[in-house]
Structures are given as structure tokens and as C-alpha cells.
Design a protein around this ligand. Structure first.
Ligand code: MIC
Ligand code: SF4
Length: 651
């Protein structure tokens, strides 16, 4: 039987486990990436592992999220991360060098290798045939220490692309079409592999837009073959020697085939407040627009900027619109500058923001009250922009540029096809000096002399506690479906500076959804959270598990979970239970007292990875049947009180 691309990469990196779908498989990780908002916890944990130097081929620490630097906190985090990178043999990408996914794609991504990143959009590098996955910081720390990354062997879906995009449509519209069909939970436990004759018509940067937003499908990863376009991309960035061809075998077996005729794709928009709330741009025509932002880790390739510049040429941004450009990397901004593309943005009236995440997570450039904000980004969760009343629409660069000019939602004029600029020479002499903000690892003799600098805002990672045998705990909150980690642990300019201070950031848990949560949790001392389907979708931030753990949350009982968040809950010793039947969801309310007994015996059951048992709703005097779906390894982690305590026990 032939193999898919995913299976080939997994087979080449497997250190334990099985390629059978649904089984556990442990992989050697070649490369890791972290960013500052998740990186501090990651390196604090790495420091406790007693490893002198990272044991990966390449590990990179990026500064791109927390760059407002309102006071010493963000700057102290940057200094801490720089000193930790120097001490442990990592590359260090300074603030302003660009957003981790874009910089990694340009400088480090290698077809056929594995990449684990403490950011959910790590699959961006799947655009050049890498198996790239997001994870919590603790999993990345373990990988840096040379440990394997264990995951459930995913289902593998084939997205068969045929034909070619029409001039008005773009790669962003392809992934929006997929989100429309598959929804934000359609990809949980799956990898999307792109195949078919249409693949050759897409450049690596267009592919990267698609694999980046594969995170919004809830997918474990997304991957394209490595072909001549991949070779051209790597050659242009001076890395031709890292190219190798990679494709699925003709008789590879997929769990599902999704056919997309590229010629039928029309300009689309993900409407507020979910990336799968997709509608044709044509159905939104004339909607007045208040803000337009182009860029982010999803859409700021030079091809994208060239397409926007085509539309902006000779035009001015509508007076009603506040327009911004947040470029994915300094290399792209330099190329845009050199080619005259940047000139068009500045001339048309765009504000040029830093090459960082910025507005994508409410770090500045928040829109006006009740705004319609058009962004070429990947997430439009309510409140994420920093303005709770704003509605964010996720669109292509072409739609964003055309709408910035007209002041209403407008599809791009047909002339503005995304130009495939590979080979156009934009990067010819850029790469060499673009890298002067990417500090290489120090030789070990120098690295050992580096003192790691902890600022006063950096507090130790709180330890978990072994799971008690019985729990009698109240429901602290009951949420609906598709609760995001932004809902659980908000980002934004107020909370983000506390990413390295769990006691402080825990005050923000569920803040935007239910401002009474923190006080209730404090009063109850311990408790549980009840969730709907796809609980914990979105970001990889382990703070969405760590801070609830700090507040005494012992159990999350949901209809279903998103992959990374479930792994983070287990890492911090929180029991992730699902309702045996979704009807039980209606039998639990906030403040109900629930009782779980014999947990030690239940977790010692080696009879499989799905254990059904009964909990009691003492308040309603009813039984609730729940299921624990975890592997034998995860049962041991949960019994120990989380990965840190489990590792210590087994050391
Ligand atoms: C995001 O896009 O939500 C983030 C901010 O990049 C997160 C990481 C974080 O919360 O620090 C992600 O995607 O994992
Ligand atoms: Fe940054 Fe936004 Fe990309 Fe997350 S999705 S890495 S916040 S630009």
C-alpha cells in the first residue's frame, strides 16, 4: 500500500508507536520554534530540565507578539528570551524581524522535516512540504531537550485541487472555501494534504496562506507536496541545497477526498465572529468599512503586497477607512521597499505598522466602536481585535485593498490577480542583510558563560498536584460550543504582559465571557468547567490550561475538545472528560455540585483508551455518564498531576 506525504514524514521520524490511524505515535522533532507570548513559559520549563544545549537540528526563539513595551515587562521578557537563546544554543529573532511563521518559512523550513512550534499557526511551513505542528510550550520544551513529540496518528484528508484560480480569486479564498465546507471543527484529529493538478499553479507563499489557516479547521497540520515551485522558493532565499522532492504515492490511501475546482472559487469573506462563517464577498457588497489591515502571518508575501499595490496605484484610501500594513517579515518589507511596492501603500494612505502580530491579537490598532474591520488575517473571534463591539471580516489582500479604496466591501478589480513573483529578483540582495536581526546560536564554549536574565515580572511555573481519588467540586462556568482559548485566556495589550506571571494572568481567565469567574473560582478553591463542542479551539497558549489549573480547576467536562488544548490540559493534570452522550450536557448547570469517585482505579484501567464511568450531579440528584479518552501514557501523566511531576517521577 502506498503512503501519503504525512505518513512518509511520520514513518521517517517515528521513534515509537504506530502509523495506524487513531493510535499513539512518537516523533523525533527536527526543528522547534517559539514566540515570546508562549516562549517564556517554555524556556522556564526548559531551564528545569537540566539540559545544557538544545538537542534539535534547529531551534528558534522569536519576538513578535508582545512588542508594545508599555513598561519594563515586555522588554524584560525579550531580554530573558535572548539570554536563554544564547545560553541554550538557539537562533534568536529580534523584535521587528518579523512574525515567527513567515520568518521560519523564509529561513529554516525544510521539505520532509518535522517542526514543532508553541503557536497554533506553525503548520504554515507545511506550504513547503514540512510536517509542522502547533503544541503547548511544555511539549516544545520537551522536544528541545531531545524528547519525542507524541500525538494521535491523524486521519489524512486529501484536498484534490484541479484547474487554476480565476484572476479575481486568491489562495485566501481557497482556504475560506474549505472552512465554509469543513467548519472550525472539521479538521480535529486530521491532516489536510493538498494534491491534484491545481497544486502546480500555486506558489509556496500561496500554499503557506492555506496551511497557515488550516489551524482554523482545527487540523493537526496541513501539507503540500515539495515540487519545482518549492525548489524555486528555496533557491530565491539562497537555500536551494535544502530542497528535496516529496509527494504522495499514487496508491496512497486517504480517509476522505475533498474536491475543489480552483476555477470555481470566488472572493469570500469569513464574517464575524468565526473563521467558518464564510459568505461570498458579492453578498456583502456596499457594507461600509471602518478599518482595513493587510499583512500578518497569513497574508503578507511579496506577491500579496504586489497585488494590493496594483489596486492602490493612483488611488487614495477612503477617508472613512483607517488602513494599516503589518508585514510578516522584515525581508518582505525590505523587498517591498526596494521594488516600489511600499511606496504605493504609503502614498495611498496606509499606516505602516511594525512587522509583528500587532492588531491580530489586539496589540494596538484596535478598531473604532462597532467597526467593520477587514483583515487579511486568520482569526476573527469576538473581542480579539481589542474592540469588543467590532466585527472582523477575514478576506484576501485583493478584497482588502479594493475595499480600503472604496470605503465599502468591494471585490478586487479583475486585473489584480495574485502575482507569482517567484524569480522576480525581489529578494536577490535582501536575504543577506535581512538576517542581521536573526542571531545565530553561540558556540558552546561561549554559551555556557551566558547568565540567564529573569526580570521581576517573570515568576516560576506553578507546579500541579497529583490527582485526588475523589472530587466533589462545583461547576464554575458552563460555556457553549466552539469556546476559543481567547475566550478562556484573553490576549490583548492588558493581559499579554503577564504571560510569564501566572498568578497575575489568572485574573483574566474567562474575563470577557464572564467577569465573575475569577472571584467564583477563588471562593470555590477548586472546581470544574463545563464546555460544549470543540472546547479550546484556536491558539496553542498553554496559559488557557495553566491559569485555570492555578485557580483550582481539576476537570473540564465538554462535548468535545480541540487537539492542542486537550494536550495542554493533560500536561497540567486537568482531567479532560467528555459527555458519553451530548444529552447529558443539558443536565448540568453552573454552580451544580458534581462528584467523581474512584478516579485512581479508573485511571489505572489499562483496558483501552476510552473509559466510560459515572459521575453524580449531587445538586440535581442525577447520574452523568462521562468518558475519558486518553492513552496509557496520558493516564499516568494525569495520575501524577501533569507532565512535569510525571517526568520527575520517572527520572
Ligand atoms: C494566536 O494567533 O492566537 C496566537 C496569539 O499566535 C497564539 C499563541 C499565543 O496565544 O501566544 C497561537 O496561535 O497559538
Ligand atoms: Fe501572530 Fe496573528 Fe499569526 Fe498568531 S495568527 S502568530 S497573533 S499574526
Amino acid at each position: 500500500m502506498g503512503l501519503t506525504i504525512t505518513e512518509k514524514i511520520i514513518k521517517a521520524h517515528k521513534v515509537a508507536g504506530t502509523l495506524d490511524r487513531g493510535g499513539e505515535v512518537a516523533l523525533k522533532i527536527d526543528q522547534t520554534l517559539t514566540q515570546d507570548a508562549t516562549g517564556t513559559m517554555c524556556y522556564l520549563q526548559f531551564e528545569t530540565m537540566d539540559v545544557a544545549r538544545v538537542r534539535t537540528e534547529v531551534s528558534v526563539s522569536y519576538i513578535d507578539h508582545n512588542t508594545i513595551q508599555e513598561d519594563y515587562k515586555n522588554a524584560d521578557d525579550h531580554r530573558y528570551l535572548q539570554s536563554a537563546a544564547a545560553r541554550y544554543g538557539l537562533y534568536f529573532s529580534q523584535a521587528g524581524n518579523g512574525i515567527c511563521h513567515q520568518v521560519h518559512l523564509e529561513n529554516f523550513g525544510v521539505p520532509g522535516e518535522t517542526l514543532l512550534g508553541s503557536d497554533s499557526h506553525t503548520p504554515t511551513c507545511g506550504g513547503l512540504g514540512m510536517l509542522a505542528m502547533g503544541a503547548g510550550g511544555l511539549d516544545v520544551a520537551v522536544a528541545m531537550a531531545g524528547g519525542a513529540f507524541t500525538l494521535t496518528m491523524p486521519r489524512i484528508y486529501c484536498v484534490r485541487l484541479t484547474g487554476a484560480l480565476r484572476p479575481a480569486a486568491s489562495a485566501k479564498d481557497i482556504i475560506l472555501e474549505l472552512l465554509r465546507r469543513e467548519t472550525v471543527k472539521g479538521g480535529v484529529g486530521a491532516v489536510y494534504e493538498y494534491q491534484g493538478t491545481g497544486v502546480a499553479s500555486l506558489s509556496v507563499m500561496q500554499r503557506a496562506t492555506i496551511t497557515n489557516m488550516g489551524a482554523e479547521l482545527g487540523a493537526t497540520s496541513s501539507v503540500f507536496p515539495s515540487d519545482e515551485n518549492t525548489r524555486a522558493f528555496l533557491t530565491e532565499r539562497g537555500r536551494a541545497d535544502t530542497w528535496r522532492g516529496l509527494k504522495a504515492d499514487d496508491d496512497a490511501v486517504y480517509d476522505k477526498i475533498i474536491d475543489i475546482d480552483l476555477g470555481s472559487i470566488e472572493p469570500l469573506a469569513a464574517c464575524p465572529h468565526s473563521p467558518d462563517n464564510v459568505k461570498p464577498v458579492a453578498s456583502l457588497l456596499g457594507t461600509p468599512v471602518d478599518q482595513v489591515v493587510i499583512g500578518s502571518c497569513t497574508n503578507s508575501s511579496i506577491e500579496d503586497l504586489a497585488a494590493a499595490a496594483e489596486i492602490l496605484k493612483g488611488k487614495t484610501v477612503h477617508p472613512r477607512v483607517s488602513a494599516g500594513l503589518a508585514c510578516g517579515s522584515r525581508a518582505i518589507l525590505l523587498a517591498a521597499n526596494k521594488s516600489g511596492i511600499l511606496q504605493e501603500f504609503l502614498r495611498a494612505g496606509f499606516r505602516v505598522l511594525e512587522n509583528v502580530c500587532g492588531p491580530c491579537i489586539g496589540m494596538g490598532f484596535a478598531p473604532v466602536s462597532n467597526a467593520v474591520s477587514l483583515r487579511t488575517f486568520n482569526r476573527n473571534f469576538k473581542g480579539r481585535s481589542g474592540t469588543a463591539s467590532a466585527g472582523v471580516y477575514l478576506v484576501s489582500v485583493e478584497t482588502a485593498a479594493a475595499s480600503a479604496v472604496s470605503g465599502t466591501i468591494t471585490p478586487a478589480p479583475v486585473v489584480a490577480a495574485s502575482a507569482n513573483t517567484t524569480g522576480s529578483g525581489y529578494f536577490a540582495d535582501i536575504t543577506q542583510f535581512a538576517n542581521n536581526m536573526l542571531l545565530p546560536p553561540l558556540p558552546q564554549a561561549e554559551a555556557v558563560k551566558v547568565r540567564i536574565e529573569h526580570g521581576p515580572n517573570i515568576k516560576p511555573v506553578p507546579a500541579g498536584a497529583p490527582l485526588p481519588d475523589a472530587l466533589k467540586i462545583p461547576v464554575l462556568i458552563k460555556t457553549g460550543d466552539n469556546i476559543t482559548t481567547d475566550d478562556i485566556m484573553p490576549a490583548g495589550a492588558k493581559a499579554l504582559p503577564f504571560r510569564s506571571n501566572i498568578p497575575e494572568i489568572s485574573k483574566f481567565v474567562f474575563n470577557a465571557v464572564d467577569s465573575g469567574f475569577y472571584d467564583r473560582a477563588q471562593k470555590a478553591v477548586s472546581g470544574l468547567i463545563v464546555g460544549g463542542t470543540n472546547y479550546g479551539q484556536g491558539s496553542s497558549r498553554e496559559h488557557a490550561a495553566l491559569a485555570p489549573m492555578f485557580l483550582g480547576v481539576k476537570v473540564v467536562l465538554a462535548v468535545s475538545f480541540a487537539r492542542i488544548h486537550k494536550a495542554n490540559l493533560i500536561n497540567y493534570g486537568i482531567l479532560p472528560l467528555v459527555f458519553a452522550d451530548s444529552a447529558f450536557y443539558n443536565k448540568v448547570e453552573q454552580n451544580d455540585l458534581l462528584e467523581f469517585s474512584n478516579l485512581h482505579q479508573i485511571l489505572s484501567d489499562t483496558g483501552g483508551d476510552s473509559i466510560k464511568f459515572t459521575a453524580q450531579n449531587i445538586t440535581k440528584k442525577e447520574d452523568i455518564v462521562v468518558v475519558l479518552e486518553v492513552s496509557e501514557r496520558e493516564k499516568q501523566i494525569l495520575l501524577s498531576g501533569g507532565t512535569i511531576l510525571w517526568t520527575k517521577k520517572n527520572a
